[in-house]
Design a protein around this ligand. Structure first.
Ligand code: HEM
Length: 670
């Protein structure tokens, strides 16, 4: 990690006025606030009292309600807008669906609630129609923008390996999932059929917004392809949760919290079938002496690329688990990590029952991953100094960081999920290396041959080879060049060509009515360009010229597009606008989570000081890979970084680990 970052990030945005965060049916979720830079961020502790976040004492809130049964949660029907229980009781453990994390706003961060917003909605009709140019004409063709501004050029990252890219997708899936987006199989709504022809639905079904193929498309035009399928996101409006003329708010269907919902599920309906109900474990299937996730009973739908009903097709806490092989490798690692922790706790605490073991293992696991995310992974993307400066991390803190702020809404910002974090699709490599234990290249597989087909992981020793490949292969550079595997061949199934992820991201931004590039810069407190020329402060002359040739007006320029063209802030992997959004998001994700692992304000939910130190000392990406591979014996200590003389391979048993004896419950009170 580089220590000498200088960023030009503006002061972070923080809305600490709770009245701006009304929740409840109907008027719920209106989170558009008068944003502007604040002179200095005051950490707010407890209920509005400012306090030193590093202090070890915190106000304890007492509640008269009896504690709920362990793991109690509410399982919302999918067609709600986030149903929280009528009242909250304090629990030592997070609920599965995040309800009552915030005791005053129980639905904050729950599945089926809308994304948050920094900038105003920008729908063409002010309510729900896809964004258009100011003139009322359509915006430039999304596929055309992808072809023109985001071509394939294989520039690779000199420092960070493919694991950095891949872990990003894990984190993305932990935090949000656009309602109605299916990545595991064909969408039941066909606006554009498998042959690339527009269907009758296009004119009749309001959720259809297919991507049209421009006549000059070098890949698809010669095939006679007219379109790619695109189905609009489910919103509060579709579900009757917003007033008729209020803007439709796109919904996310997983918990917003960094709580490993992708492992445990975001509802009881998801978490129940994947629990073993024995020893606190998650369910696994043993094949070839190794543990794999349970089989998805709907293989023909979930893993449509499978060529036999007997092929593996995994069931996990997240429906996207089978989407691409490397994502699945990390999902399997996380499943095994839970069981490893549960098994160890069971040894130390034979008197704990299944429920206690499950919840305690889940709690430690989430803490471990939060630590890896904030102290090992995010500094690569956001810049270490930037994170310190904006109070996202406290390196070297001797004890708790009591910065939980119940006035901060942990919802995932639409600007984050639909624009800024998706920028890291640029890091994807289309060919995945398989690497042996002595780090020799064995083979490479083409990603598009293995979308939604996890069979690959179970062939011979491919699981470990893929995992080692993640740590040896360079990720693609954070730039405007995208790998053709995801811009020409996405989910190609048995066809020659497939979808375009970049064009899809652009269309999704329009579908969600994201504020323009200029409006978002303004919302971030960055200088708002008044002309194309003004954009030269962050974007190269060449790219500004292309923007000017494609868009009618600078006000029409889109966040998804221009944000990805900005020069990187030194020390970070994003330009100033995306960095602002990412920093704001991960600040909210931290201080808006009552269960954040460094928070010690409430003794009922806090780790002991020594447990916290053990997590800080022992949690690492390297350890996750070592402990949960089939037979990975050595790893570089900084597993997001390429192997180098400063980051040499070491035997796994020389890496620090979390000392779980600290969870030996001598009092036996569970
Ligand atoms: C490895 C290959 C990857 C593939 C094939 C992939 C594919 C996709 C697809 C198909 C979508 C939904 C598009 C839509 O219909 O709107 C999506 C959404 C998204 N992706 Fe990726 N992705 C990959 C990696 C990543 C990485 C590395 C990151 C970030 C570091 C990331 C972040 C996101 C985010 C934030 C979303 C939106 C999540 C939401 O629904 O709220 N993805 N991706």
């Amino acid at each position: 990690i580089h220590l000498n970052y200088r960023t030009n990030l503006p002061q972070l945005l923080l809305d600490t006025n709770p009245s701006l965060h009304l929740s409840g049916p109907g008027a719920a979720f209106a989170k558009i606030a008068a944003f502007g830079p604040i002179p200095a961020r005051l950490p707010v502790n407890g209920f509005g009292s400012t306090a030193d976040p590093t202090s070890t004492s915190g106000a304890t809130i007492s509640f008269s309600n009896p504690p709920p049964p362990l793991g109690s949660t509410v399982d919302p029907a999918t067609q709600t807008c986030g149903l929280s229980p009528p009242f909250c009781t304090k629990s030592r453990y997070r609920s599965i669906d995040g309800n009552c994390n915030n005791l005053q706003r129980p639905s904050w961060g729950m599945p089926q609630t809308p994304y948050g917003r920094l900038a105003l909605y920008n729908y063409a009709d002010g309510i729900s129609a896809l964004t258009r140019a100011r003139s009322g004409r359509p915006l430039p063709n999304a596929r055309d923008i992808s072809l023109t501004l985001f071509p394939d050029r294989q520039l690779v990252d000199p420092i960070w390996n493919l694991n950095t890219q891949q872990w990003g997708q894990i984190l993305a899936h932990d935090m949000s999932l656009t309602a109605g987006v299916v990545q595991s199989h064909r969408d039941p709504v066909t606006c554009c059929d498998d042959n690339g022809r527009l269907t009758a639905d296009v004119t009749t079904n309001p959720v259809c917004a297919p991507l049209l193929i421009p006549p000059n498309d070098p890949v698809h035009s010669p095939q006679g392809t007219q379109c790619m399928n695109f189905v609009r996101t489910g919103t509060t409006r579709d579900r009757g949760c917003t007033a008729p003329n209020a803007p439709a708010e796109p919904i996310s269907t997983v918990t917003a919290f960094m709580d490993l919902s992708l492992v445990y599920g975001s509802s009881l309906g998801q978490s129940d079938p994947i629990r073993a109900r024995r020893g606190g474990r998650l369910l696994t299937t043993v094949r070839s002496g190794r543990e794999w996730p349970p089989q998805d009973p709907n293989i023909t739908i979930t893993c449509e690329s499978a060529q036999s009903p007997n092929e593996p097709c995994y069931l996990a806490g997240d429906i996207r688990v089978n989407q691409n092989p490397q994502l699945t490798v990390l999902q399997v690692m996380l499943l095994r990590e839970h069981n490893r922790i549960a098994d160890t706790l069971a040894q130390y605490n034979p008197h704990w029952n299944d429920e206690v073991l499950y919840q305690e293992a889940r709690r430690i696991h989430i803490a471990e991953i939060q630590h890896i995310n904030y102290y090992e992974y995010l500094p690569i993307l956001l810049g270490f100094e930037n994170m310190v400066k904006n109070k996202l991390i406290y390196p070297g803190a001797p004890s708790y960081i009591n910065d939980y702020n119940p006035g901060v809404d942990p919802s995932i910002l639409d600007e984050h999920a639909t624009a800024a974090f998706r920028h890291f699709h640029t890091l994807i490599r289309g060919y995945l290396k398989l690497v042996s234990e002595n780090r020799d290249l064995q083979a490479a597989v083409r990603m598009s041959d293995w979308f939604n087909r996890p069979l690959l992981l179970e062939l011979d020793n491919t699981f470990d080879s893929l995992a080692r490949g993640l740590t040896v292969q360079k990720q693609s550079y954070s730039d405007q060049f995208w790998d053709a595997e995801v811009t020409q061949f996405l989910f190609k199934r048995n066809n020659t060509f497939g979808g375009d992820l970049r064009a899809t991201d652009i269309q999704r931004g329009r579908d969600h009515g994201l504020g323009s590039y200029i409006a978002t810069r303004a919302a971030c407190g960055l200088p708002a360009p008044k002309s194309f020329h003004d954009m030269l402060d962050f974007i190269s002359q060449e790219n500004v010229a292309v923007l000017q040739s494609m868009y009618e007006s600078p006000d029409d320029v889109e966040l998804v597009v221009a944000g990805s063209l900005e020069r990187l802030v030194p020390g970070a992997l994003a330009g100033p606008t995306f960095l602002c959004i990412l920093t704001e998001q991960f600040y909210r994700t931290r201080v808006g989570d009552r269960y954040f692992y460094e928070n010690g304000a409430d003794p009922d939910t806090a780790f002991t000081p020594s447990q916290l130190q053990a997590i800080r000392k022992g949690a690492s990406m390297a350890r996750i890979l070592c402990d949960n591979g089939d037979a990975i014996r050595a790893m570089q200590p900084r597993a997001f970084e390429l192997i180098s003389p400063q980051n040499k391979l070491v035997p796994c048993n020389q890496l620090p680990f979390i000392d779980l004896t600290l969870w030996q419950d001598v009092r036996g009170h569970f």
